[in-house]
Every structure is written in C-alpha cells, then in structure tokens.
Design a protein around this ligand. Structure first.
Ligand code: NAD
Ligand code: UDP
Length: 346
C-alpha cells in the first residue's frame, strides 16, 4: 500500500473514477462526501471494479466542525484530492451565495484541515472556465485568466487564488490545480458514471438522455459561430483519462517532483470538436438518429476552447488515451445500464 489519500466528493462523477484509479495504483482512498449529489452504492460499484470498498466519511465539508473532526481522524493522509463542490452553472446564477458558501467554505475548511493535521498536499478540481473567451488557441496555462461568466465558474477562479496565496504563505504545503476541459464518458465496466441531477445542462448527458427517450429533443445552441459547421468547439476528455491524471498529480507531490508549491495543469486532449461532431459521432456509435433542432445561442457560451497539452505531458507524464468514440460509447453504455432496470438506491 502506497498510503492514504482523502478524496472529497469521491462518490461523485469524477471522484468515483479517480478512487478506482487510486486503488488500482496501490493507494488507500478514503472518501469524504455528504452525498448531496451522489449515491452511497457507488462505493459497492467501486468494490466490484477494484475488489476494495473505500471507507466513507459522511461529512458536509462546508461545516467547519464536521470538517475539522473528519480531517483529524485521517491526519495520516498523504494528500487530499478536492472534488467536493456544487457544479450546476445555471443554478449558480440564480443562487450565487449557495455556490460561494458551499464551494469556498469547503475549500477553506479543507485547507484548515491540512494546517491542523500537517497534511501537506492538495489537488484541486478547476476548470477551463477560468480562461473565459480565450484570445489565443490552443489555451496554454500561461493564457490570461478572466472573470468567469457564472458564480460557479468564479468559485473556481477564486479557489485558485486562495490556493496560490495559501501555498505562498505556507511553504510546507503544495497544491496542484487541474483545469479540466469537458469531461465526458464513463468507466468501461458501465458500473460507474455521471448522475446529472434533474435535467442535464451539459451536452453529453443531454444527448444520451434524448437517445434513451428520457428527454424529447436536443437543442443545439447556435449555428452561427465561426467554426466549420457554425457550432461551438470544445475539448472533450474521457473521465478515465482525467482520473489517471489525478493519480499522476498525487505522485508528483508525494515524491516532491513539483517545481513550485502551486502548479496549474490543463487536462484536455488538445482536439476540438463541434456540437455537430458530437451528434454525428453519437449517431454512428449508437446506430440511431437523434431528435435535435438548432436554436439560438446560450448566454455565456464561447466559440472555441481547447487545451495546449504539452505541460501536462512533460511535467505530469500524462496524456489522454481515449478517443471521441471511446468517450461517447462508454457514456451511452452507462446511460443504457441506468435505464435497464438496474436497481439504484442508497
Ligand atoms: P459531482 O457533483 O458528481 O461530484 C461532487 C461530489 O461532491 C458529490 O458527490 C457531492 O455529493 C459532493 N459534495 C458537494 N458538496 C459537498 C460538501 N459540502 N461536503 C461534502 N461533499 C460535497 O461533480 P463532478 O462532475 O464529479 O465534479 C467534481 C469536481 O470537478 C467539482 O469540483 C466540479 O466543479 C469540478 N469540475 C467538473 C466538471 C464537469 O464537467 N463534471 C468540469 C470542470 C470541473
Ligand atoms: N450544448 C448544446 N445543447 C445542450 C447543451 C450544450 O448545444 O443542450 C452546447 C453548448 O452550447 C456548448 C457545448 O454544447 O457549445 C458544450 O456545452 P456543455 O454545457 O456540455 O459544456 P461547457 O463547455 O458549456 O462547459
């Protein structure tokens, strides 16, 4: 066993895939989650995949006392991977305080947990949203960051600033912020994947739910962007590739290979696909026709986002392995399992 890693939000979409990767790489993963957007049975699914059921601490990390007790109990951890956050962009516009409180209090209580217990390393889930509408493509980590459109996005930008200040003031502590582009897909087993709560905002769950007959029609938000078919371009990245990158980031910190105590890496494939590319690939992978129509642009959407990937490759020794068909076919397999009468309960 290589040591204990605390995974906050480890029952969630990206967290659960990362827990699988950590276990597969010889780490003990302890999950801190309040199950506000996830289900406890995911831990049994992780056991089905890896043979090990991770321990769960049911804790609201935005609550100072609960967080304090949980971190004290696991003071022997080598690192924390911080996924716990709310992530619905639209909801954050309507309820900004909910988002600032949950996402930032959780982070502050986690950093305090590090200080109180001498847990030296943290990996943070950030997002390409911190780049806003980029002036230069592909987007490198040196691109300017801008105030994101939504309060959700702004919690990521503010969290990075907090981490940078924290690392500057505490040279014993190291942080890596991973800026995800567009995570999609599911574990190849079909046992874990994304549970969007309510109607999904993101493209892929919307596509798979339309195909499964849960939703009637996909709306394509605008075809007047300056791209090959007029629809916006994004860098879609397989969640299993993302999970592996988190293990690489942990390894970098625990072996002191980091070059400064606050580092930032993009996690993307470097390839840009339009919304119509996604629809066409889905139709070919699933062998069915999607019911979609072109509507007006969605507020806040930018034309193109795709990552420069060389820093992650050189420094983290990580690059994506899965292609768009892998991503879409695994997402479709997960959706079909969800709808096939498989029992899901807590
Ligand atoms: P998710 O909602 O599936 O997982 C988040 C987990 O955190 C859930 O299990 C939830 O119950 C838990 N949680 C939330 N608030 C908590 C709290 N106060 N205390 C304890 N647990 C709490 O989301 P995800 O898609 O796996 O995203 C993980 C992280 O990655 C988030 O920080 C998200 O903002 C970030 N991110 C996600 C995407 C994406 O497209 N999925 C893109 C960029 C960044
Ligand atoms: N999109 C769409 N219809 C939807 C959801 C998304 O056309 O129902 C488009 C959206 O305009 C964007 C792309 O799909 O160009 C990816 O959107 P998503 O919300 O998944 O991720 P974002 O890049 O906005 O974080």
């Amino acid at each position: 066993m290589k040591g204990k890693i605390i995974v906050t939000g480890g029952c969630g979409y990206i967290g659960s895939h990362t827990v699988v990767s950590l276990i597969e790489n010889g780490y003990e993963a302890v999950v801190f989650d309040n199950l506000s957007n996830s289900k406890e049975f995911i831990l049994d699914r992780i056991k089905e995949i890896t043979g090990k059921k991770p321990r769960l601490e049911k804790v609201d990390l935005a609550d100072e006392q609960q967080a304090k007790a949980a971190y004290k109990k696991h003071r022997d951890a080598m690192a924390i991977i911080n996924f716990a956050a709310y992530k619905a962009v639209g909801e954050s516009v309507k309820e900004p305080l909910l988002y600032y409180k949950n996402n930032l209090s959780s982070l502050l209580n986690t950093l305090q947990g590090q200080v109180d217990n001498g847990i030296e390393n943290i990996i943070f889930s950030s997002s390409a949203t911190v780049y806003g509408e980029p002036d230069v493509l592909p987007i490198s980590e040196n691109n300017e960051t801008k105030r994101p459109f939504s309060p959700y996005g702004n919690t990521k930008k503010m969290a990075e600033e907090i981490l940078e200040d924290f690392s500057y003031a505490n040279s014993n502590f190291s942080a890596i912020s991973l800026r995800y582009f567009n995570p999609i897909g599911a574990h190849q087993s079909g046992l874990i994947g994304e549970f969007p709560s309510g109607t999904p905002n993101n493209l892929l769950p919307y596509v798979t739910q339309c195909a499964a007959g849960v939703l009637k029609e996909l709306q394509v938000f605008g075809n007047d962007y300056p791209s090959k078919d007029g629809t916006p371009i994004r860098d879609y990245i397989h969640v299993v590739d993302l999970a592996v990158a988190h293990v690489k980031a942990v390894e970098r910190l625990v072996t002191n290979k980091n070059k400064s105590n606050f580092e930032v890496f993009n996690l993307g494939t470097g390839n840009g696909y339009t919304v119509l590319d996604i629809i066409n690939t889905f139709e070919s992978v699933a062998n069915l026709k999607l019911n979609y129509k072109i509507v007006g642009r969605r507020e806040g959407d930018v034309t193109a986002l795709y990552a420069a990937t060389n820093l992650a490759k050189d420094e983290l020794d990580w690059q994506s392995k899965f292609d768009l068909e892998d991503m879409i076919s695994s997402a479709w397999k997960w959706e079909q399992n969800l709808r096939s009468g498989t029992k899901f309960s807590n």
